[in-house]
Design a protein around this ligand. Structure first.
Ligand code: EPS
Length: 378
């Protein structure tokens, strides 16, 4: 499969085209709508989410609630465009209004202006914005429906916000989102969730922002998806690359991740034991479900570290790119904390990668063919 997205944060809307989805996959518009609503929620979100509804229009590739095998085109109109049309219009636009020249440290503003020869960072930030993640969730929601049709569940939860962390560790993706979505910060540990919300309130009061860490888990993947034979087929390479492309992600870990640097070989791996069906079982999952670039049948466990949003109300010391003078970055409407939403986006990114990897390993023009082939591996 492959996909492309287009769209500016305050332009007409967001567009995505997903190509390579097999025919015969049942698609429920309400399922996609729920994923969109999950991305928009979360404690610490800003004013934009009160404007948008993120209603996804399916323009092609689905007929009568079933995929056709043809490219699936998805459109999400930006409701806020009504307020920005005079500034963001494709032809008639006041390009001198709402300029941003005090480039924000941590954002794409400065490098983007140098790269494309702009003196207004609006030309950069409109596309760099995490608004683009809305259409990635729409695409992921279609992939999730394929995965669920072959018995794979992807879910996520928040493990840390600005230094407030939890020791809670989920043991399956099945049923996990019901627990995390019940919490405003998407953390099933309610005591930690309360402290995280307090931290977000404190950040808001100080004109500051909060990052954190999200964990994505996938259960039900058959063994041997991905491959050890060449770098670009390694599932850990593909997963981490896609997750690092999510706005604000600065680190991705698989299983024990960075903590593996502090243990020795006897304590770093997942020993194997015969199970009662003539197969192999493990008592630990330090590898996070991936060995040699392939799924090993255990849960896939991925952690993403999300930096604090660089649009800080209190401002950061910077330079005005037009005058060259020292200044502070100007406040722009933004979120105080988007970590809960980042978990939902990361889930949907992982859903795309796993659906694509399953299709690469097992092939199939139809869901039926894929299902039969995956079933033989289970
Ligand atoms: C977002 C929309 C944006 C921001 C946020 C994510 O809307 P606006 O810029 O109009 O307030 O709320 O984007 C960022 C934090 C960022 O750095 O770009 C969304 O739809 O998720």
């Amino acid at each position: 499969m492959q996909y492309l997205t287009a769209g500016e944060s305050h332009g007409r809307g967001l567009v995505g085209i997903l190509e390579g989805m097999p025919a015969g996959v049942p698609i429920d518009a309400d399922y996609t709508a729920r994923e969109m609503a999950r991305r928009m929620s979360g404690y610490g979100r800003g004013g934009r989410m009160k404007i948008e509804t993120d209603a996804v229009e399916f323009w092609s590739g689905v007929r009568g609630g079933v995929t056709l095998g043809s490219p699936i085109a998805l459109v999400i109109p930006n409701r806020d465009y009504a307020n920005w049309q005079q500034i963001m219009g494709a032809f008639e636009a006041d390009t001198q209004a709402r300029t941003l020249t005090a480039v924000r440290p941590g954002h794409a503003d400065h490098a983007g202006c140098v790269k494309y020869g702009f003196s207004d960072a609006r030309n950069v930030l409109e596309r760099a914005s995490a608004r683009q993640t809305a259409v990635r969730v729409a695409i992921g929601s279609v992939c999730k429906q394929l995965l669920e049709a072959v018995g794979v569940t992807v879910a996520s939860y928040v493990t840390e916000i600005a230094g407030i962390s939890t020791d809670y560790r989920a043991d399956s993706a099945v049923g996990l989102n019901a627990l995390s979505d019940a919490s405003p910060v998407r953390c099933p540990d309610l005591a930690a969730a309360k402290a995280m919300m307090q931290k977000i309130d404190d950040c808001k009061a100080a004109g500051d922002t909060a990052g954190g860490c999200v964990r994505v888990m996938a259960s039900g993947m058959p063994i041997g998806v991905g491959s050890h034979v060449e770098y670009y087929r390694k599932l850990d390479y593909v997963l981490s690359g896609h997750l690092m492309s999510l706005q604000a992600v600065k680190a991705v870990e698989i299983g024990m991740g960075a903590r593996l640097s502090s243990v020795t070989g006897l304590h770093a791996h997942d020993c194997m034991y015969p199970d009662d069906k003539g197969g192999i079982m493990r008592k630990t999952n330090r590898a996070g479900g991936i060995e040699g670039g392939m799924t090993n049948g255990e849960n896939i466990v991925l952690s993403c570290t999300v930096k604090p949003i660089p649009t800080v109300m209190a401002g950061l010391e910077t330079v005005d790119i037009r005058s060259g003078a020292a200044t502070r970055s100007a406040p722009e409407r933004s979120d105080v904390c988007a970590v809960p939403a980042a978990g939902v986006v990361a889930e949907n990114i992982v859903a795309y990668v796993l659906a694509d990897a399953l299709l690469k390993t097992f092939g199939g023009d139809t869901l039926q063919e894929l299902r039969e082939r995956v079933g033989k591996r289970r």
